[in-house]
Design a protein. Structure first.
Length: 121
């Protein structure tokens, strides 16, 4: 649960498993000439994406949204249940829900993020 699943260079979107660390994500997408538009400090690079999203971590830019606001799709798979797809809509945040009956269940997620292109020096 810690891999980059898909990199769409044309649309600058990356889909990852929620257990990937910020460092692994940044290194992996850099190989495709991409980076995240805003991310937490260098000390947060060891955190997993699910950690960053869960706590609403902010980034380094005052005019850029927090990391969880940059997610365009979130897939939640609750044990023994169908996957729930949450997609970005107009306005802030991801819109969707996980049934209260599943709160104690194990679940896994994948996240899709918008990225920025970077130029090689």
């Amino acid at each position: 649960m810690d891999e980059i699943l898909e990199v769409d260079k044309l649309n600058k979107i990356v889909r990852v498993q929620a257990g990937i660390t910020l460092e692994e994500l940044l290194v992996g997408i850099n190989e495709h000439g991409l980076t995240l538009p805003n991310f937490a400090s260098a000390t947060a690079r060891e955190y997993q994406i699910n950690d960053i999203v869960q706590v609403g971590a902010h980034g380094t830019g005052a005019s850029l949204p927090p990391i969880d606001e940059q997610i365009i799709e979130l897939v939640v798979k609750v044990s023994q249940a169908e996957a729930e797809f949450w997609r970005k809509s107009e306005g802030p945040g991801i819109h969707g829900r996980v049934d209260a009956a599943h709160r104690e269940s194990k679940y896994t997620t994948t996240c899709s993020y918008r990225t920025f292109g970077v130029r090689a020096a």
